[in-house]
Design a protein around this ligand. Structure first.
Ligand code: SF4
Length: 262
């Protein structure tokens, strides 16, 4: 049988010293490929599984490379002292980390086997059997709920939200560290009633205590051009702090802990 350290997957970045993607100081591994197409996505180079060319900062960059779990873990291990001191560890992100289930699971197992804490950032759009495999070796789950309105979800994200909502319910029943995150996007989900609906859905999950509101930003907009694509939200304004604070108050009124930012 193949050693799990030899499992190969496709990534497009490894980011170190992150403090926004789970507790403590973490290394984020970005897996390539995502079944959604969110219009605001700040990592459009992570959406397609294919290896791509992207022009960035006046240079051509190859986006995506195939690596073994062993290679990734060699990189992750370099910062193990930071993880142990800060309560941090490894976070799988993307793209959608559940879209490469064998590779993602092997990475999580490899980290757990050497005592490194694990987290995933997921949109939850995946077969339950894949999620179940990840849950066994994941300490912290950060899951997006983007909108309760299915039509809007379909229009802005390219997929229905029904699988996502059902998976959130199932995860909350069996895992005790699920945080819901909401990218707050003008014209998509930034009204008080939309945020209240997401907060109420989250509250009804019973075991979930925390909801993070992630304000819209345009940090990935230039990458679209570099990929030969159009950034469709260029007309959107950023959300003022006062409005974010009002939305946070609504989440707290519903009975959840809330923070602005990851
Ligand atoms: S789920 Fe995340 S990675 Fe996938 S398209 Fe949406 S924002 Fe981008």
């Amino acid at each position: 049988m193949k050693d799990y350290l030899d499992v190969v997957g496709r990534i497009f970045d490894i980011q170190k010293y992150s403090i926004h993607d789970g507790p403590g100081i973490r290394t984020i591994v970005f897996l390539k490929g995502c079944p959604l197409r969110c219009k605001w996505c700040c990592n459009p180079e992570g959406q397609k599984f294919d290896i791509q060319n992207m022009e960035f900062g006046g240079k051509n960059k190859i986006v995506g490379k195939d690596v073994t779990v062993r290679e990734v873990m060699t990189e992750v291990m370099k910062d193990k002292n930071y993880y142990f001191r800060s309560g941090g560890g490894l976070t799988l992100s993307g793209g959608e980390c559940l879209a490469q289930p064998d590779f993602g699971e092997a990475l999580l197992i490899a980290a757990k086997n050497i005592g490194i804490s694990t987290a995933i950032e997921t949109t939850g759009f995946a077969k339950w059997e894949y999620i179940e495999r990840y849950l066994k070796c994941t300490d912290h789950i950060l899951m997006d709920i983007k909108n309760i309105d299915n039509d809007k979800h379909q229009r802005f994200c390219g997929q229905s939200n029904s699988v996502i909502l059902e998976n959130a319910r199932r995860i909350a029943k069996v895992h005790n560290d699920l945080t819901i995150r909401v990218p707050v996007i003008p014209t998509f989900n930034d009204t008080e009633s939309e945020i209240r609906s997401i907060a109420e859905f989250t509250k009804n999950l019973k075991t979930v205590k925390k909801l993070h509101l992630l304000p819209y930003h345009r940090l990935g907009a230039d990458k679209y051009k570099g990929l030969g694509r159009e950034y469709l939200l260029s007309e959107l304004e950023l959300i003022p702090n006062e409005k974010m604070q009002r939305l946070k108050n609504i989440v707290e009124e519903v009975g959840l802990e809330c923070q602005i930012g990851g």
